[in-house]
Design a protein around this ligand. Structure first.
Ligand SMILES: Nc1nc2c(ncn2[C@@H]2O[C@H](COP(=O)(O)OP(=O)(O)OP(=O)(O)O)[C@@H](O)[C@H]2O)c(=O)[nH]1
Ligand SMILES: [Zn+2]
Ligand SMILES: [Zn+2]
Ligand SMILES: [Zn+2]
Length: 254
């Protein structure tokens, strides 16, 4: 976690917000004055982990399969969601939480597919946290939803440290970013069970060695599954859809 960026101190928090959801939290936890920076981070993450556990229990009670999409800005998270929703919406019931610092651009793009979408603006904050997601989920009818997709703020650092109560983090890395990213941002690639290497339609135009990228990704996370996709052209998307179906079936079995 980047304790120094102060990201956690900036996100908006209104004490007047609704609390009709079940997660059990207090709003008065402040790190002790003069405490070490590390203990601020520890406090904050411990609080986040409690709220994430509450989210996870709530989602499990509904048989909801929950994914947290993480990547640097522009890797294609929203584009992948748009295509996935269009292709699978007759088969699977989705809801989408969109995290961005400003604008509702991504939620507007998702809403255009007809799928329920809610935008969370983090202001100066560079990641979603479990508290925001708990409240964000109140906007959906979870009982009739199969998969909740959470698109995190585009950032390869902070979102790695914040559990949202998801089943899996899914990392997206596009071929224009360089094959060394799993080594440079290992926390994120360790935290993600699935890596989507996106924009493979651009491989003829960029010096990106996909096998080297996979080797680096496996170096930091030997268990990760890796799929190559182009959400623009559709290549590889069926394998991703199959991964979604398998995960959902596992979640919904009694
Ligand atoms: N060539 C190509 N372009 C793509 C592909 N997927 C996404 N793009 C383009 O990449 C750009 C960024 O895509 P977005 O879906 O907005 O990326 P994002 O990860 O949601 O971005 P942030 O929310 O800002 O972090 C857009 O111009 C997309 O059209 C792909 O598979 N191939
Ligand atoms: Zn940060
Ligand atoms: Zn996006
Ligand atoms: Zn709250």
């Amino acid at each position: 976690m980047c304790i120094d960026c102060g990201c956690a101190e900036h996100h908006h928090h209104s004490d007047e917000h609704r609390h009709d959801h079940t997660h059990d939290h207090t709003h008065d936890q402040r790190p002790s004055p003069g405490g070490r920076k590390l203990s601020i981070g520890e406090n904050l993450l411990a609080k986040n982990d409690r709220l994430a556990a509450a989210n996870r229990a709530r989602f499990a009670a509904q048989g909801l399969f929950v994914l947290n999409l993480v990547s640097s800005p522009g890797s294609g998270k929203t584009s992948i969601l748009e295509r996935t929703l269009r292709d699978l919406q007759d088969e699977i019931s989705f809801a989408v939480l969109e995290g961005d610092q400003q604008t509702s651009n991504d939620a507007d793009r998702i809403a255009a597919t007809g799928i329920p979408a809610h935008q969370i603006n983090t202001g100066a904050g560079c990641h979603l946290d479990a508290h925001m997601v708990g409240h964000g989920a109140d906007h959906f009818d979870l009982a009739t939803t199969d998969i909740l997709m959470i698109e995190n703020v585009g950032n390869l650092v902070c979102p790695a440290s914040f559990d949202l109560g998801e089943d899996h983090k899914v990392a997206v890395l596009s071929v224009t970013e360089g094959e060394d990213k799993p080594l440079k941002y290992p926390q994120m690639f360790q935290a993600a069970n699935l890596l989507l290497i996106n924009k493979i339609d651009l491989l003829p135009y960029v010096p990106f060695d996909i096998e080297t990228c996979k080797t680096f990704a496996r170096q930091v996370n030997p268990a990760a599954e890796i799929l190559e996709v182009s959400c623009l052209k559709g290549d590889g998307m069926d394998a991703w859809y199959q991964w979604l179906r398998t995960g959902l079936a596992r979640k919904q079995q009694p």
